[in-house]
Structure formats: structure tokens, C-alpha cells
Design a protein around this ligand. Sequence first.
Ligand code: PHE
Length: 389
Amino acid sequence: MLIKTLLSLTALTLTLTSCTKKQEAENSAGTTAAESSEILVGEYGSMTGGEATFGISTHQGIMLAFKEVNSSPEKLKGKTLKLLSLDDQGKPEEAATAVTKLITQDKVMAIIGEVASSRSLAAAPISQQYKVPMISPSSTNPKVTEVGDFIFRVCFIDPFQGTVMAKFAAENLKVKKVAIMRDVKSDYSVGLANYFKETFTKMGGSIVSEQTYVSNDIDFKAQLTSIKTSKPDAIFIPGYYTEVGLIARQARGLGLKVPLLGGDGWDSSKLFEIGKDSIVGSYFSNHYTTDTTDPRAKDFIAAFKKEFNAVPDGLAALGYDAAKVLIDAMKRSKSLTSSTDLRDAIASTKDFAGVTGMITVNEQRNATKSAVVVKVAGDNNTFVTTINP
Ligand code: PHE
């Protein structure tokens, strides 16, 4: 027991030291939740490590939504929303530690996170156990919300995303033979590869090579050499941007010129920084595009640019929407003292107009939404098509 406590304290020190100064200041709020004029919400994410843009973008999206409600005249039923953010460094065990701390020590009323499905899966059982509602902005593996009735998400799930890319490959690109390269340590990558394969083969296509890697690998030449001999028309790589950028460069280096296809895990300004020209012309599915005509999304993009001097990616948009859905539920909740009331309010979210689309929380606590396919065009992506559920 003591050892356990010491371990978690060490982990806590690590996570806190890796927070930015700004976050520390925001985190210094008192923790007397009940009578306080503040409502505490926890966030856990990869603020550092190979998936740092996921955590940082999401955090910015959430901050913008919180700022908007806090500066409105009525605030949140007269209270101020306070965000406590912890860095899990992109590690599932740190995600579990962070959520335990947010719930048992800080006594947050709800939790926003994580982006990566494996980290949401590591932390969701803790939220469920303590009955603290958790909303994942962007974890797409089906298992995440299956953990229990306190776990929600505001995005589509991978059986749909896999179908989107399989259809796009077969119908738009008209490719017949695809090689797959999946990250076996990532629930997201393994699941999405399977869903893609299922639909693509049903549509008459064939999978000519299946290769694996694990997050943080840097040399993919053996797998790519094997893929090359299978002569694919395209390669599906449902991974995260750091590895995908490296895979793209090494593929081109080996003379593999076919299009690379991926999912939302490619969404980062770092993808082009790492992959350079090797990634240009490849396609991935995503939750949102900045090539939008939707006035709400346009307002969000403008407000985000003003606040952070950057164009919001899909993570930022989903972080914003997750926070907005939570705020809307808090406003509708019968009370702000019972987590079951808040849970019920989130569960009854219907036709909420988000910047990533209309959000209705369904029976499985997921959102049914359209996906877009974008083409990597350099340090920006161009919209190709929208695919509806
Ligand atoms: N959907 C990914 C997962 O479940 C995470 C992700 C979402 C990454 C959106 C980038 C953009 O792991």
C-alpha cells in the first residue's frame, strides 16, 4: 500500500512538473468543490512525447470553450469553470494515474480525455468505478464507451472510419490491392486495420501484405521491403503521425510510390514536418476540415486563431466540442452535485450543434457523425470528400 502511494506520488510529481507554467497557475485552484463558486473539470492528455500535438491541441480547444462560458454574463449557473490538466506523456499507465488523482484528490466533477483509445481504455474503468462522467473528444475504438454508462465520446467510431477509407480506396482511388501496416500496441490501430480489411475485402479488394510495428519504432525498412514485393496499389497505415511520417519517408526511399492511406491519427501539423514531400498526396479520414462553409465552424476557427495564433486541427475542434457538450449538459443537469444527474444530462444530448457536426449521444454513448477525407498538400490538407454514416 505504502509502495503504491509512493509510486503514484512520484508519477504525480512527474506529471505536474511537465505541465507548463500557465497550466500550473490554472491548476492552483482550491478543491472545495461542493460550496465553491467554481466547478472543477479534469483533463488528461499527451502534452509531451511523440503524440504531444494531440494533447496540446485538445487542451487549447477545451480552454477556448471554458473561456467563452466563463466570460458570458450568466457563466455556468453563476459558477466559474476551472480546468485541471495533467500530462500523461502518451503512456496508458500515466493516464490511469492522472485520472485517479483527478478524481480522488482534486474531486473533479467530470473528465475530458483522452485522444488515443489505448489511454482512454486505461483510464475509463477508474472514471466508471467512481461514477465520474468522462467524455473522450476523439477516441474512436468501440471498446472505450463499452467500459460503462459513465463513459461518453463526441466522435464517430472506427467501424465507420474503416468503412470510409475502404470505400474511398475502392471507389474513388479504384485500387484493388492494398498492403496494411498496423501498430500492434495501439487498440486504435489494430481495430481500424481490421475494420478497413473487412469492408475492403467485402468490396472485392485484396489485402496483399500485413505488416506490424510498435509505437516509438524508427526503422520500418524490413516491413516496407516485404510490402514492396507484394506490389500493392496503396498502403493503409492506421497509425499516429510520428511513425507515419517516418514510414512515408522510408517507403519513398525504397522506391514505393503508391498512395498512403490513413485515419484520424494522421491529424497533426507535425505529419508534414516529419514526412516532408514523402507524405504529400496521401489521404486520410478525419472529423473536420478547415475548408468548411459552416458558419459555426468558421467562427470557431476565427476565435481559435485569435486566441492561439494557429489554425485549429481536428483535435482542437473535438476538444472544443467535448467541452461544449459537457457545459451544455451541466446547464441542463438537475443538479451540479450529483454525478448521476450529470451523467443523465450528457446521455440525453440531442442535436447539439458542434463545430465538428451535429452531436447526438446514442444508446452506446457514441456520436453518429460524418467523416471527411482530406489530401495532404504540404503543411495543410485539402478537402476531398464527405462520407456520411
Ligand atoms: N481516434 C484516435 C484513437 O482513438 C485518436 C485521434 C483522434 C488522433 C483524432 C488524431 C485525431 O486513438
